[in-house]
Write a protein that binds this ligand. Structure first.
Ligand SMILES: [Mg+2]
Length: 230
């Protein structure tokens, strides 16, 4: 794992009480891990340049944000193009190494998992089904607002907090993604973020991540090694 990892924070309890708990008790920092899909659980799925070209969008700004500002007839055409690209990609995409294993490992530890993607529900469900990925909650383009809005993350946290999750806080949440929007959404929500960088060089926004990892399997070291803050 590259990047930094927070120092161990000793529980603020008297020494006499703390002694029986040493070595560090097996509490954990994170009760919820939220994964991005495109470029995170899967290898890069979409050719964004091709989508922009087919719709007729400029090179800057989010595709969804551009489409939202269109008049209805043009917006429908753009959404149809986006859907076609996504569904074509969903039929051929490949998982990143360790995707199935990290979800299973988190589940075995009792850590909730969720998907947060700007792709459509049809696209996401097709990929999850093809690759037999199991997550506890799936938030797609149909769930508003989208990343990087903080509520994209906070709404998932609220889901687990109201469905018997025992009141998960943003500080107990780790967002795993490969793009700036993942980092921004996590930070704005008060959650930590692990940036997955499978290629060199690191992107310019990597410094905004809490952790930087080169493979999905490294997420397990993060959730296993960082104890819950007192
Ligand atoms: Mg991504």
């Amino acid at each position: 794992m590259i990047g930094y990892q927070r120092d161990f924070v000793s529980p603020c309890v008297p020494f006499a009480i703390r002694m029986p708990l040493m070595p560090p008790f097996p509490a954990r920092q994170y009760d919820l891990v939220i994964f991005d899909m495109d470029g995170t659980l899967t290898e890069e799925l979409l050719d964004f340049d091709a989508i922009r070209r087919d719709i007729g969008l400029p090179g800057e700004g989010g595709i969804l944000e551009h489409i939202t500002r269109m008049a209805p007839p043009e917006r429908d055409r753009a959404n149809a193009i986006l859907d076609r690209h996504e569904l074509d990609a969903a039929d051929t995409c490949v998982l990143h190494e360790g995707a199935v294993e990290i979800l299973a490992a988190l589940r075995s530890r009792g850590i909730h998992t969720a998907l947060l993607t700007r792709n459509s529900d049809r696209c996401a469900q097709r990929i999850l089904s093809r690759h037999k990925l199991e997550l506890d909650f799936v938030a797609t383009r149909e769930h508003l607002p989208h990343k990087p809005h903080p509520d994209s993350v906070l709404n998932i946290i609220r889901h687990f907090s109201t469905e018997g999750g025992g009141g998960i806080s943003p500080g107990q949440t780790l967002v795993v993604g490969d793009y700036l929007y993942d980092l921004q959404a996590a930070a704005a929500a008060g959650a930590d973020c692990a940036l997955l960088c499978v290629k060199e060089p690191l992107p310019s926004f990597a410094s905004q991540a809490t952790y930087t990892v080169r493979a999905l399997g490294e997420i397990l070291a993060i959730v296993d090694s960082v104890p819950r803050s007192p």
